[in-house]
Design a protein around this ligand. Structure first.
Ligand SMILES: *[C@@H]1O[C@H](CO)[C@@H](O)[C@H](O)[C@H]1NC(C)=O
Ligand SMILES: *[C@@H]1O[C@H](CO)[C@@H](O)[C@H](O)[C@H]1NC(C)=O
Length: 484
C-alpha cells in the first residue's frame, strides 16, 4: 500500500518537474550547442572574420592600404527603437499564453530567460556604437598593425594617413577608436564628416536612387517573397510557438528577429531569449528576406546601385596609379622612404555604401539575378550574395598595393574582405597584377560621375560615345545639304 503511494508520489513529482523544467524531449534554445549566427546585416563581426594571420606576399612589400569599413555594432536607430520597446508587452502576453492559457511551445528555461529580458538601450544612445562595436574597431586596428607592420612602423604622419568618415556619430566614433589603436595615441587628424559625402556615401544625395526606394515595382521580388509559403508558414509557426491563437504580423515577427540579432551582436557570449522564437530553418528564411531587400536596395538588383559604387573605385584606382608612377620613377626603391603617396587611406561608412562598392567591383555576384523563387535552405547557403558574410557589423574591404621590386611582373594588389583573401576574378589565388587590375577597372574609374543621379538623366548613349551614330548624323547633314 505504501509502495503504491510512493510510486504515485514519484510520478506526480516527475510530471510536476516536467511541466516546470526542461523535459528531456523538449527543445530548448538556451541549450542549443550550434545556434545559427547568420543574421544578415546585423550579424556580429566576431562570427565572420578570418581569425588566422594574413600570409605575406613573397618578394613584395605593402606600399599602401586602401580600406573601407562599416561602423561597428551599434544601438538601434530612432525608427527601430519603438518596435523594440513594444516587445515588453508582447513578452508579457507570451508569458500569459504559456502560464495561464497553456499554449505555446517555449521550454521552461527559454521562458525564464524571456522573463528576465530587458531592452538595455535608451533614446539617448540612439545609433551610437555599443561597447562591442568599440571593441571591434579597437581589435581590427590592432590586427591591421600586426598584419602590415611595415606600413605603420614609422608611426603617424599627417600626410601619410588619410581618414574620412560620414556625418554620423557612429562612423566618427569608429574612425577615432580605429585610429587611436592603429597608432597608439589620439593625436590624429580626422576631418569632420560631411553631409552627403559624394565619395563614401554616394547614394545620400542621389535623387534617382531615392526615387527608386519608393517604387514598389523596384522591390516586387521582396514582396513576392514576403507573400511566399516560406514566410507565411514561418509566421504561422512562430505565432504557434509563442502561444498565440492568431497569426502575428510580419512586422511583429521582424521586431522579434531584430531583438534577437541585436542582443547577439551586443553580447556575443549571451543567448537572446528572443532567438528561441525561431527554428534554424526559419532564421534562414529571414536571412534570405533581408538579403533580397539589400540586393535591390544596394546590390546587383538595380544598375543604379552598382553605379553608385564607382566613386570609391575611382578613388582607389587613382591613388594606386599615382603610387605606381612614383614607385616606377624612384626606380622601385624599397617602399616607404621615397613614396609621397599615403601609406594608408581609411574610410568609415555604412552597409549600403560598402555593398555598392562590392557590387561595382563584381564581388559576391551570383550567376543569375536573385528572385523570390531562389530560396531553399540548401541552395541558400550556396549563394554568393549573403549579407551575413559580406556586410556584418564592422564589415570591411582592405585593398593592399604591394611593391614587388624583385618580381618581374610589377606591383601586385590583394583584396581582403573581413580579413579573408578575396579570390578575385582574373587573379592568381587572390593576387592580382596591378597592370591587369587597372585594365579591368579603368573604364569604371574613368567614366565615373554622379550625373545619373539627376532627374531627367537618361541612359541613352551620348553621340560622342557612338562613332557610328556620329557618322550617320554627319552623312545625314551632308545629304540634306546636297538636297537643298
Ligand atoms: C496562420 O498562418 C498559417 C500559414 O499561412 C495558416 O495556415 C493559418 O491558418 C493561420 N492561422 C490563423 C489563426 O489565421
Ligand atoms: C554577456 O553575457 C554573459 C553571459 O550571459 C555575461 O556573463 C556577461 O556579463 C555579459 N557581458 C556584458 C558586457 O554584458
Amino acid at each position: 500500500m505504501s509502495g503504491l503511494l510512493v510510486k504515485i508520489f514519484i510520478s506526480a513529482i516527475s510530471i510536476f518537474l516536467c511541466l516546470q523544467f526542461t523535459c528531456a524531449d523538449k527543445y530548448c534554445y538556451k541549450d542549443e550547442e550550434e545556434p545559427y549566427l547568420f543574421f544578415a546585416t546585423k550579424t556580429s563581426y566576431e562570427f565572420i572574420y578570418n581569425k588566422s594571420p594574413l600570409e605575406e606576399v613573397p618578394g613584395c612589400e605593402p606600399a599602401q592600404i586602401w580600406f573601407v569599413t562599416r561602423h561597428g555594432t551599434r544601438n538601434p536607430s530612432d525608427d527601430e527603437l519603438r518596435p523594440l520597446q513594444e516587445l515588453n508587452p508582447l513578452r508579457d502576453e507570451i508569458m500569459r499564453n504559456h502560464d495561464l492559457r497553456n499554449n505555446g511551445e517555449l521550454c521552461y528555461g527559454d521562458r525564464e530567460n524571456l522573463k528576465k529580458w530587458q531592452l538595455r538601450t535608451g533614446k539617448t544612445m540612439e545609433n551610437t556604437l555599443t561597447s562591442q562595436g568599440q571593441s571591434e574597431m579597437r581589435l581590427l586596428a590592432r590586427r591591421m598593425r600586426t598584419n602590415f607592420p611595415s606600413l605603420f612602423r614609422e608611426g603617424y604622419m599627417e600626410d601619410k594617413f588619410v581618414f574620412r568618415h560620414t556625418e554620423k556619430p557612429r562612423t566618427k566614433e569608429s574612425a577615432e577608436i580605429f585610429a587611436k589603436h592603429l597608432f597608439g595615441h589620439d593625436r590624429i587628424s580626422i576631418p569632420k564628416g560631411d553631409k552627403n559625402d559624394p565619395l563614401i556615401k554616394s547614394y545620400d544625395a542621389c535623387k534617382n536612387w531615392d526615387k527608386l526606394q519608393d517604387k514598389s515595382e523596384a522591390f516586387k521580388e521582396v514582396k513576392l517573397f514576403e507573400e511566399s509559403n516560406h514566410v507565411l508558414s514561418l509566421i504561422g509557426r512562430v505565432s504557434d510557438r509563442l502561444g498565440f491563437k492568431y497569426n502575428l504580423t510580419l512586422d511583429k515577427i521582424e521586431s522579434i528577429y531584430d531583438m534577437c540579432r541585436y542582443d547577439k551582436a551586443w553580447n556575443v557570449t549571451a543567448t537572446s531569449p528572443w532567438c528561441a522564437a525561431f527554428s534554424k530553418d526559419e532564421l534562414m528564411v529571414l536571412e534570405y528576406l533581408y538579403d533580397l531587400r539589400y540586393y535591390y536596395k544596394a546590390g546587383y538588383g538595380h544598375e543604379i546601385n552598382v553605379k553608385l559604387g564607382c566613386p570609391m573605385v575611382k578613388d582607389m584606382v587613382q591613388r594606386f596609379r599615382q603610387l605606381a608612377a612614383e614607385l616606377q620613377n624612384k626606380g622601385q626603391a624599397p617602399s616607404g622612404r621615397s613614396q609621397s603617396s599615403p601609406r594608408g587611406v581609411f574610410y568609415f561608412t555604412h552597409s549600403k555604401a560598402l555593398l555598392m562598392l562590392l557590387a561595382r567591383l563584381g564581388i559576391a555576384k551570383d550567376g543569375k539575378t536573385l528572385t523570390h523563387a531562389d530560396f531553399s535552405s540548401t541552395s541558400a547557403l550556396g549563394r554568393k550574395w549573403r549579407t551575413s558574410m559580406i556586410s556584418p557589423f564592422a564589415a570591411n574591404l582592405a585593398v593592399v598595393f604591394y611593391n614587388c621590386p624583385t618580381g618581374r611582373e610589377g606591383p601586385q594588389v590583394m583584396m581582403y574582405l573581413q580579413e579573408k583573401t578575396v579570390l578575385y576574378e582574373g587573379c592568381n589565388v587572390g593576387l592580382c597584377s596591378w597592370k591587369s587590375l587597372e585594365a579591368k577597372l579603368a573604364s569604371i574609374a574613368d567614366n565615373c560621375d554622379l550625373k545619373f543621379c539627376e532627374p531627367g538623366w537618361s541612359s541613352a548613349p551620348r553621340m560622342s560615345s557612338s562613332p557610328l551614330l556620329l557618322l550617320s548624323l554627319v552623312a545625314l547633314f551632308i545629304a540634306s545639304y546636297l538636297i537643298i
